[in-house]
Design a protein around this ligand. Structure first.
Ligand code: NCD
Length: 431
């Protein structure tokens, strides 16, 4: 004990906010014994406290501190208030999260799994309508947001592209957003200009989720990527703190990796290896943001083999050709492709390989190879599947119904196949 017995015990009583009588009863000793332990050392009546009591008191105080932390979180109010942006229940950037709040969302996503895996149904969002406004190409983000809303009992109205929207007639973001707010209860927006979704969000008070704003952010993708890493790591018995994450490809224009790096910076002591073709490096503002948090090491290289060594996660991305201004690149060079030979030569045996998808399957693109499809290290389809529970969690939180979900679940009436993909049986028993 670094402090005197008297100071130690007084401090414990103060922290626990207990009188001498109640404290004595709590630690199971006679009041008279406690009094003698509380006397100044050297006084005649002073007695030394047994070591087992000291350990017991330390444990109680530490537990109390943990409980206080949980109580503080719940006193902080609903999650949607803690991640709110400008006082609104909207999800525009991963910067809205702390480690505590993101882990709470992960737990809510876990709770959604029986629904996402088609064992249960819920109707907590019955009557609510989602406006899914996609002004840029999308398959999985648009459909998975829609499916997530439907699986909570809501319904979805979609618009896709500029051609068939009033934006083609010159309508402003402000007008579109305000008008849509009269029709729907939440909006997901994807738009090619960075900052545009924040502009939509400013023009409405209903929940808005950023489904990707140009080369800016893609927060729901970062959340499902984090959820995937945590789920796969718990299967492998690994911790995210201290892990090595290799991120490869077009890091300049890839919004998924911008959001992912910022989100992972909430953890401690990560090593990031950033591997990109010359000219497509990670923007410095993202590197500076991450470097300012959590004691991370950030290394940049153009060499695939070197960069992949020792990685726990390899996160590959597609060339974002649609965002190029003066870059000439058509696809990655052949030696930049992640394939089975490269993984077998350089990567760890328990690495997980991720990709936000779509992967460009044209041969000269040299995107993530299909020759890893039957390799259990390839997590891309498990990652895409995770889009449903995570997006359900986002809606439940933003609409404030997360506490109703658990008790709303009923068994499904149909029987889905035991494995939804042809290769999934290989992974059976992993979870
Ligand atoms: C990504 C996107 O649109 O940013 N896809 C996705 O949402 N899963 C990545 C990409 O298009 O390459």
């Amino acid at each position: 004990m670094s402090v005197s017995q008297q100071v130690f015990l007084r401090d414990a009583m103060r922290r626990l906010n207990l009188t001498r009588d109640v404290f004595a009863a709590r630690i199971g000793v006679k009041r008279r014994a406690l009094d003698t332990w509380l006397l100044p050392e050297g006084s005649q009546e002073f007695r030394g406290m047994p070591e087992v009591v000291q350990r017991f008191v330390t444990e109680i105080v530490e537990n109390e501190a943990l409980l206080a932390k949980y109580a503080q979180n719940s006193q902080g109010g609903p999650l949607r208030d803690r991640i709110a942006r400008d006082g609104k229940h909207q999800l525009i950037s991963v910067e809205q999260f702390t480690r505590d709040s993101v882990e709470e969302l992960v737990r809510i996503a876990d709770m959604m799994q029986p629904i996402a895996r088609r064992q249960k149904v819920s109707r907590v969002l019955e009557g609510a309508v989602l406006g899914n406004l996609f002004f840029e190409a999308s398959t999985r983000t648009r459909v998975s947001f829609g499916a997530a809303f439907c699986r909570l009992g809501g319904s979805v109205c979609d618009t896709t592209g500029f051609t068939f929207s009033s934006m083609a007639k010159g309508e402003s973001i402000y007008d579109t957003s305000r008008v849509m707010s009269g029709y729907v209860d939440a909006m997901v927006i994807r738009h090619p200009e960075q900052g545009s979704v924040a502009e939509f969000a400013a023009a409405t008070n209903i929940p808005v989720v950023n489904g990707g704003d140009g080369a800016g952010e893609h927060p729901s993708q970062a959340l499902l990527d984090l959820y995937t890493i945590l789920t796969e790591f718990s299967r492998l018995g690994k911790l995210l703190d201290g892990a090595h994450i290799a991120i490869t490809g077009d890091l300049k224009y890839g919004r998924t990796v911008h959001s992912l790096m910022k989100m992972l910076s909430l953890y401690r002591g990560l090593k990031f290896t950033l591997i990109s073709p010359p000219g497509l490096e990670m923007p410095t503002d993202i590197i500076e943001y991450v470097a300012a948090r959590g004691n991370h090491v950030i290394e940049q290289t153009n060499s695939m083999g070197e960069g992949l060594k020792g990685a726990d996660v390899i996160y590959a991305t597609r060339v974002q050709k649609e965002r190029f201004s003066d870059e000439q690149l058509e696809g990655y060079s052949a030696d930049f492709q992640i394939n089975k030979a490269l993984i077998d030569q350089y990567a760890k045996e328990d690495v997980i390989i991720m990709h936000p998808l779509p992967r460009d399957s044209r041969e000269d693109a040299h995107d993530l190879s299909v020759d890893l499809n039957a390799d259990s290290r390839l997590a891309i389809f498990r990652q895409a599947d995770n889009g449903i529970p995570v997006r359900m969690a986002i809606f439940a939180v933003l609409l404030g119904v997360e506490n109703l979900v658990q008790h709303s679940m009923r068994d499904v009436t149909w029987s889905p196949p035991s494995h939804i993909g042809p290769e999934d049986a290989v992974f059976h028993g992993m979870y």
